[in-house]
Each structure stands twice: as C-alpha cells, then as structure tokens.
Design a protein around this ligand. Structure first.
Ligand SMILES: C[S@@+](CC[C@H](N)C(=O)[O-])C[C@H]1O[C@@H](n2cnc3c(N)ncnc32)[C@H](O)[C@@H]1O
Length: 295
C-alpha cells in the first residue's frame, strides 16, 4: 500500500472551529503541491491557518503563510475579545514564527500589500454572505497566479445570510477554474485557475475518502476535548464552592465552640454561687440549732 503524503502531519493545536474536517486536505495540499505563498482571509482561532503551517513545517520549508483578520469577529462568527488574537499569536510565535505572519487588518486594506500574481494559494473564509465573498474574490483574485488555487470554505451552507454556495456555483460555470467540491463539514471548494485539469486534482480525488475519515476523527476529537474542558471548568467551580463551604463550616464551628465555652463558664459560676448560698444557709441553721440547745 502506498502511503498518502501529508496524512501523517500532526495537529497539536486545539480550538473550536468548523474547519477541522478539512485539516487533512490542507495538509495534503501543502505536502503535495507545495505552494510558496499562501494567504488566508479569515483566521479566527487559526485552525485552518495552523493546518497550512504544520504541513509547511514538515513538507515544504519554502511555504510562507499569511493570516489576515481583524481578530474582532463578524456578524456570523460573532464578535469576540482580544484573547482570541492572543491565543493565535502565542501559538504562531512559539511554533511558526519563521514561516508565517499575522496581519491584523481588514481584507480590503491588506490587499494593497500583495501584488498581482503573487499568491499560489488563497483561502477565502471571512464573512459568508454572497456580497462579502464576491467582494473578497474581486479584490483578491488577480493576486492569485495562473495555475494557483483558491479555497472557499462554507460553500455547502444554505442557511440565511450564507451565499458562498451561490458564488461557488457561478464560479464553476465561468469556465475559468478547474474545481473540486468537498461536501463534508461545511464544505470546501477548491478552484484552480487553469483551463486544463491539473494532475494533482486526480491524485487528490483518489485519496479524498481517507482524508475525509481523518477529518471526521479530528473534528470528533476536538468535540471531545471541548466536552472535557467544560467538565473541567465545572469541576473547578464546584471545587471553589466546596472550599467556600468548608470555610463557612469552619467559622460556624468556631462560633459554636466559643458559645460552648461561654455557657460552660457561666454555668460553672452559677452553680458555685448557688453552692455558696446553700453553704451559708446550712451554717446559719447549724448555728441556730446550737444556740437553741445551749438555751
Ligand atoms: C469563519 S471565521 C474564520 C475561520 C477560520 N478560518 C478557522 O479555521 O476556524 C471568519 C473570520 O473572518 C474575519 N473577518 C470577516 N470579515 C473580515 C474582513 N472584511 N476583514 C478582516 N477580517 C474579517 C472575522 O473576524 C473572523 O475571525
């Protein structure tokens, strides 16, 4: 059996994303077609970004990956905080500083930094409305080399506000691209700018089934990791609560102990005074009876 190049790339990163199903495809693409310049529009937690970087690290040290995002979110991904950027930055700095760069910008503004025909692989994964994808494509497609490839995530989502499927069907009809449609997950469209089917398209199609299986495994693994994380954070809350309760119980026990001491002392002194009074009375009776006897 021949081994599938790229299938052995490991993902050590963990973050929530609908991209996990396609991570092995990204590994395969980098390992097999060895693009020099990859540009990603829409990185969020960086699952797709790091998939390209991991494969570059193992299979092609000449690949350089640019990740472009405002790292603020959008109406579909939701607005998020600074911690997302920090998480991605930390992992990128630790593992992929030499073969990647994070550009914090809008796609439109960042497009000025890239010249015509300078990109081998473009990944479009920003806002998924029809207008947004059309705009991203129009601003960036001339920057992709002849023979280069554009990846479209979410082409298979038909929910309200999602229009990649419409754009994708128009692109296929244009005849300017050779396309592969991967339908699992949210769908990944691969469009290569050429009139003839590249040989690697046929090779990719042959191994797609196995890449899909690995993708499902990675997605399930991530789901399990998130469940464990939720349980761990619930445990942490319960442990804190238990500790608080222990402190409260300790304080209450102290109060009870103090009250017991107080009561004991009070009781002791009352009995003493009573005994003293009884003692006086007995002395008085004895004296009285002695006096009566002598009389
Ligand atoms: C669907 S997420 C990207 C998911 C990511 N590729 C992954 O692997 O999980 C879309 C991201 O695009 C960013 N975004 C959307 N429109 C943008 C724009 N015009 N300029 C810069 N960033 C944008 C959002 O901030 C968000 O983080």
């Amino acid at each position: 059996m021949t081994s599938v190049k790229g299938l052995d790339v490991k993902s050590i990163y963990s973050a929530s994303s609908s991209w996990w199903e396609h991570v092995p495809v990204a590994h395969w693409l980098v390992a097999n077609i060895k693009p020099s310049t990859i540009v990603e529009l829409g990185t969020h937690y960086g699952v797709s970004f790091f998939a390209f970087c991991e494969a570059a690290q193992q299979y092609n040290l000449d690949t350089f990956v640019y990740a472009i995002d405002t790292w603020k979110g959008d109406t579909q991904a939701g607005l998020y905080g600074e911690e997302v950027y920090q998480k991605v930055k930390t992992h990128q700095t630790q593992y992929f500083r030499q073969r990647s760069e994070m550009i914090r910008s809008t796609f439109d503004n960042a497009s000025e930094q890239f010249g015509e025909c300078s990109i081998d692989m473009l990944h479009i994964d920003g806002l998924h409305s029809y207008d947004a994808v059309l705009n991203d494509y129009n601003k960036w497609n001339l920057k992709v080399k002849e023979g280069g490839t554009i990846l479209f995530h979410d082409w298979n989502v038909h929910e309200e506000g999602f229009g990649v499927w419409k754009f994708w069907s128009e692109l296929k009809l244009s005849g300017e691209y050779q396309c592969i449609e991967i339908s699992n997950g949210y769908g990944l469209g691969i469009a290569t700018k050429t009139k003839n089917i590249p040989t690697w398209h046929d090779e990719l199609k042959k191994v797609l089934a196995i890449l899909k299986v690995k993708g499902e495994v990675l997605a399930n693994l991530q789901e399990e990791k998130e469940k464990v994380k939720k349980i761990e954070s619930k445990n942490e809350i319960l442990n804190k609560h238990a500790k608080n309760l222990e402190t409260i119980i300790e304080k209450k026990e102290n109060i009870i102990r103090q009250q017991e001491t107080y009561i004991n002392e009070k009781t002791k002194s009352k009995i003493y005074q009573l005994a003293k009074r009884i003692g006086h009375k007995i002395k008085w009776i004895i004296n009285l009876s002695n006096t009566k006897r002598t009389n």
